[in-house]
Design a protein around this ligand. Structure first.
Ligand code: HPA
Ligand code: MG
Length: 176
């Protein structure tokens, strides 16, 4: 099925079942790695809302979750400026943090956020991202848990938007 959002058409790229299988595997791996600990998942809104929900439903053990909100994209381009509208609301000192991202692209948003996060003196920080565009990375970000590595094509669906539209789709689509 082709979908149209604003002025662009998108075609199917990663199907729901593949996304869910990959997330289940990551949830299992994180559950193993954090056995006996109570990590704090920090979900990067808006895009990571599905990933956060599906990952945590499959996370086995005690954990907390908190949400932050940054914005750097306008249309299909990164604007270069990162603005924050929802901040950290839990005490992170001495805690094990796992950041949940829908996509790591240039890495700019994460690099801004990591600078802020380290001021809270967490015990550890790891990053889980459903999608990673390795060829777009401009900042020294290490993603510890990756769902899918993809080329530098613009995608939507499963939380990802094109100017606000497309987040609701269960599958991921790529621009035609
Ligand atoms: N799609 C939607 N949002 C994004 C993307 C993308 O490919 N890359 C970074 N933010
Ligand atoms: Mg976006």
């Amino acid at each position: 099925m082709i979908i149209t959002l604003h002025d662009k058409s998108f075609e199917p790229y990663i199907k729901e079942v593949a996304i869910q299988n990959r997330i289940n595997a990551i949830a299992e791996q994180i559950s193993d790695d954090y056995k006996g600990k109570t990590p704090v998942f920090i979900s990067m809104l808006n895009g990571a809302f599905w990933f956060t929900a599906d990952l945590l439903k499959n996370y086995d053990g005690n954990c907390e979750v908190s949400f932050v909100k940054f914005k750097s994209y306008h249309g299909t381009e990164s604007t270069g400026t990162v603005t924050q509208s929802v901040g950290i609301d839990v005490d992170l000192s001495g805690r094990d943090i796992i950041i949940l991202e829908d996509i790591v692209d240039t890495g700019k948003t994460l690099s801004v956020f990591l600078d802020e996060l380290f001021k809270h003196t967490p015990a550890s920080v790891k990053i889980a991202s459903l999608l990673l565009k390795p060829n777009a990375l401009k900042y020294p970000i290490k993603v510890d848990y990756t769902g899918f590595e993809i080329p530098n094509d613009f995608i939507v669906g499963y939380g990802l938007d094109y100017d606000g539209l497309g987040r609701n789709y269960k599958d991921i689509y790529v621009v035609k």
